[in-house]
Design a protein around this ligand. Structure first.
Ligand code: FMN
Length: 215
């Protein structure tokens, strides 16, 4: 079996990324780009990002999660601390985040260190979730095998019964990570594969070094 995709070819020409037009703080550039993506049609979940971790087995692993907040400190997402990614981060907090926004022909790549979010912030977010999602977080031993879909649904029914009319507290193994960036690269597609790439790298004095990279 084979499928040849060599004719898939697209010229990127929607925008440009020039040093003179951007802030010297990458989180401000991110905020501007994110806003532009949000107000441009064509991306369903602009906050979906790929998180790559270095696993205990030595392999990198990537998966999509939803960014729930960003601030000058970094990028926040929520998950199960005992999941495969949770165990990977406990062993090595270095992660990479990737956003791809095809509607504006943009990619952002972030290297950073993940740390558990303060418990009161995770509590606050957990409380804000719909009850169904709270139960889902409780019932799923994320990344562990289970023998069938039915077994999972039965677990849920049992839990719903147990917690009927009770407030659901955040389980300690579920919460947020804050990824503090050490490098943020902005990629803007340009014609003839001469794309714009600007990388911000955090220096020891906490200033950001700005470099243009060849496409
Ligand atoms: C659009 C999308 C959004 C997702 N959002 C999350 C999320 O916010 N948190 C999460 O733990 N998993 C999320 N997932 C599921 C993850 O991709 C992944 O399956 C799960 O976190 C288990 O990953 P792990 O076994 O590598 O730890 C999302 C998947 C998709 C496709």
């Amino acid at each position: 079996m084979q499928k040849d995709l060599s004719n898939y070819r697209k010229s990127y020409q929607k925008s440009e990324l020039l040093e003179k037009a951007i802030s010297n703080n990458p989180m401000e550039v991110f905020q501007k780009w994110f806003h532009e993506v949000e107000v441009t049609d064509g991306v369903d979940e602009p906050n979906a990002m790929t998180v790559s971790t270095i696993g205990l087995d030595g392999y990198p692993k990537s998966r999509v999660v939803l960014m729930k907040k960003f601030t000058f400190e970094g990028f926040i997402f929520y998950t199960n601390y005992l999941s495969e990614k949770g165990k990977a981060i406990a062993n090595n907090p270095n992660v990479c985040l990737a956003f791809f926004w095809p509607n504006l022909e943009r990619q952002v790549l972030i290297k950073g260190k993940a740390e558990k979010l303060a418990t009161n912030l995770s509590d606050g977010y957990f409380e804000s979730r719909p009850r169904g999602s709270q139960l889902g977080a409780l019932v799923s031993e994320q990344s562990e095998p289970i023998k069938s879909r039915q077994a999972l649904e039965e677990k849920l029914i049992a839990l719903e019964k147990e917690l009927e009319n009770k407030e659901i507290e955040r389980p300690k193994h579920w919460g947020g990570y804050l990824v503090r960036p050490v490098s943020i690269e902005f990629w803007q597609g340009r014609p003839n594969r001469l794309h714009d790439r600007i990388r911000f790298s955090l220096q020891e004095d906490l200033d950001w070094k700005i470099e243009r990279l060849q496409p």
